[in-house]
Design a binder for this molecule. Structure first.
Ligand code: NAG
Ligand code: NAG
Ligand code: NAG
Length: 319
């Protein structure tokens, strides 16, 4: 009798544990630097969510770092570039700086422009929501590849194109040597409500894509290009881990640090961006084998779409 009671208690405990682990799924993030240079990832947890064990670190060329995020974690990853410590020991970066003055960001967010990978683990319906966003501008190519999850749109997203060489002068951020290191969003560069989706343009109906956000969207169709770009840019998985890669193809990141030949801006026969210095980094399924045939078809369709859009770019007159 006593034994039976103990046994059922153990069973109940096991069942409860099983249910809890089913309902609250956590995720492992693996961050890989395939750039030809050091990247200093920054991590910011959403408001009210505990920080991960690290909020900023250096990732040498070729290096990988793995970290576990607890259930229901939400936050963002980005890459800081051209970082250094001054003689007083203050750490800062030319792009993606988080203002902490130290390697760890400790609650500081990325100073735009920076490419962001955003996550909400175990959100609505137990699904993870994730996206790669250029709403705050662009500094590095980033790819997010879900691993081992399931769901209708549990697929690779990111921006694998080098947008720095193509960035028009009015959006461009340059380093000390004049090299192009980042590309601002139109909202940040011009501060106008129609670019920022604020004020009179604060609704999805009133805030339309601009020629600038469309240029980002054409180059990186899966990434968020402006504030109300949700439908085509938010992906979901259940029970996945995530691989985040900076510069998924190193050849283009080498190019990103050299000075591209941009068009004269302001002439009306060009798009805001220079398509010729935009480097497309190949098919999207870079680091993980696609999980379904549909992924392969989708990846190739995206590659074709990017090529066609790039070719047609100069023919369009956005202004
Ligand atoms: C992915 O699925 C979510 C939830 O069903 C949906 O809101 C979103 O638009 C989908 N995203 C894409 C890119 O299809
Ligand atoms: C550029 O604009 C000028 C005047 O705004 C116009 O005369 C010219 O035809 C335009 N060029 C092209 C290629 O559209
Ligand atoms: C850029 O646009 C021009 C004009 O449409 C086209 O001739 C050229 O091939 C395009 N370059 C790339 C890399 O797509």
């Amino acid at each position: 009798m006593e034994r039976l009671r103990l046994c059922s208690r153990v069973l109940l405990l096991a069942l409860t544990n099983f249910l809890i682990s089913e309902v609250h799924s956590s995720a492992t993030f693996t961050i890989v630097n395939k750039c030809e240079f050091t990247v200093w990832p920054g991590i910011l947890s959403n408001a009210g969510i505990a920080p991960l064990p690290t909020t900023g670190f250096a990732l040498q060329k070729g290096e990988t770092k793995t970290m576990a995020a607890p259930s229901s974690w939400g936050g963002r990853f980005w890459g800081r570039t051209h970082c250094s410590e001054d003689s007083a020991g203050k750490f800062s970066c030319v792009t993606g700086d988080c203002g902490s003055g130290k390697l760890e960001c400790s609650g500081g967010g990325a100073s735009p422009p920076a490419t962001l990978a955003e996550f909400k683990i175990d959100g609505d319906g137990g699904k993870d929501f994730y996206d790669v966003s250029l709403v705050d501008g662009y500094n590095l190519p980033m790819l997010v590849v879900p691993q081992g999850g399931s769901g209708d749109n549990c697929t690779t997203t990111g921006c694998v194109v080098d947008m720095n060489g193509a960035c028009p002068s009015e959006l461009r951020v340059t380093g000390v040597g004049g090299e192009r290191v980042a590309c601002k969003s139109a909202c940040e560069a011009f501060g106008k409500e129609q670019f920022c989706c604020s004020g009179a343009y604060g609704t999805p109906d009133s805030c339309k894509p601009s020629s600038y956000s469309q240029a980002f969207k054409s180059a990186c169709p899966l990434a968020y290009s402006y504030a109300y770009d949700d439908k085509s840019s938010t992906f979901t998985c259940t029970g996945a881990d995530y691989l985040i890669t900076f510069c998924p193809n190193p050849s283009a990141s080498q190019k990103s640090s050299s000075d591209g030949q941009g068009p004269e801006s302001g002439s009306n026969d060009t798009s805001p961006f220079d398509n010729s210095s935009m480097v497309y980094e190949g098919a999207l399924e870079v680091s993980a084998a696609p999980s379904t045939c549909i992924d392969v078809v989708r990846g190739q369709a995206v590659a074709v779409a990017v090529a066609i859009t790039a070719a047609m770019w100069r023919l369009r007159q956005p202004f």
